[in-house]
Design a binder for this molecule. Structure first.
Ligand SMILES: Cc1cc2nc3c(=O)[nH]c(=O)nc-3n(C[C@H](O)[C@H](O)[C@H](O)COP(=O)(O)O)c2cc1C
Ligand SMILES: [Mn+2]
Length: 327
């Protein structure tokens, strides 16, 4: 059997594993992305209930699904970190110590570069140009006082230095601005900001992609503070012992994980900003006001059949800012 059908390397396999282990539960009842997805997911974190898989969502393309609490904790102490462990291909009884040692060992291992393949599940459906409409996705309003609806709460940005030497995968939130535009922070001290500055100083816009429902090990790596200049894709290969399969983006020269649920392609605008936030954050508070932030222009959307959008509903622990980033 291909290693690419293992939970760490394929989000759909990860979901199947959680469902089989009763650490996720499919909800057939129609649920509204407007506050209901957020409320049910928060409840699952707080009661350490199985991850909710929303299979019927108000106002959403039929078949499009949402998985809340992808790395929430489990009620049973023996399998408390099972969802986190499944991201890394470890047994669901893995302890925090085992999980940490696994992550740290891979940091010292030689990177394993991704392999380019010609096709993959993320390419089963493709929309480009005028056909791009982010409103077809289930974009939830997560907290009542959020300044907008967040599409990217459990996905990562992909950018690459102009010389091609450094590929950065990094998790950061993105809010829906309009049918073809997202808005979110691009901090200069983070790797995405450093690479954006390289492109800007050449007078060029930054080629960009965002992956939602990525291979779980890739998401975990994209949420980790690896050193400057280190490509997260090579770390994932070392972590899983398998090169990540990537496909070339349709509209730029970036490579995206083939085993992904949803891929957005485009660029970071050099000039435009738009209001973003506030958003309820991982400390359990929200700042009172939003801010102007850079905009991401989406030129293509591709997705796996019946795609699953993972959603982190930030707030008091434990949610993924704590279980993934915190770890
Ligand atoms: C679920 C999750 C959500 C996150 N959200 C954000 C965010 O909104 N903004 C941010 O700056 N970092 C966020 N992080 C942390 C960054 O991903 C992390 O600091 C990472 O190291 C940044 O990438 P870089 O080191 O390549 O710059 C999040 C991490 C996780 C796991
Ligand atoms: Mn990095």
């Amino acid at each position: 059997m291909s290693r690419y059908t293992e939970p760490a390397l394929d989000f759909r396999a990860f979901l199947a594993r959680l469902l089989a282990d009763q650490d996720a539960v499919a909800i057939a009842q129609t649920v509204d992305p407007h506050l209901e997805v957020g409320a049910v997911t928060r409840r699952a974190y707080e009661t350490r209930a199985p991850a909710p898989l929303f299979t019927s969502l108000t106002g959403t393309t039929p078949g499009f699904r949402v998985l809340g609490a992808p790395a929430g904790l489990n009620r049973d102490p023996r399998t408390r970190y099972g969802r986190l462990a499944a991201h890394l291909g470890l047994p669901r009884t893995a302890t925090p110590r085992t999980i940490l040692e696994h992550l740290v060992t891979a940091m010292a291992a030689p990177p394993v570069a991704p392999v380019v393949v010609s096709d993959g599940p993320c390419r089963q459906n493709v929309r480009t140009g005028d056909a791009v409409d982010l409103e077809m996705l289930p974009v939830p309003l997560l907290h009542q006082e959020d300044g907008g609806r967040y599409l990217g709460t459990y996905g990562f940005h992909i950018v690459r230095s102009p010389d091609g030497a450094w590929t950065s995968w990094s998790v950061a939130r993105t809010m829906l601005h309009d049918r073809t535009t997202l808005v979110g922070p691009v901090m200069p001290q983070q790797h995405i900001g450093m690479i954006r500055d390289m492109w800007r100083s050449r007078g060029e816009r930054t080629p960009w992609a965002m992956v939602l429902g990525a291979p779980p090990a890739a998401l975990a790596a994209a949420g980790m503070p690896l050193p400057e200049g280190v490509s997260e894709d090579g770390y994932v290969g070392a972590l899983t012992g398998t090169p990540v399969e990537v496909v070339r983006a349709r509209t730029n020269d970036l490579f995206v994980p083939a085993h992904s649920e949803i891929v957005l392609e485009g660029y970071i605008d050099n000039e435009a900003t738009a209001p973003e936030g506030p958003m309820g954050e991982y400390h359990g508070y929200a700042f009172p006001d939003g801010k102007q932030q850079p905009v991401f222009r989406v030129e293509a959307v591709t997705w796996r059949d019946e795609p699953v959008l993972p959603v982190c509903v930030a707030g008091l622990p434990p949610e993924e800012n704590h279980t993934i980033w915190g770890t």
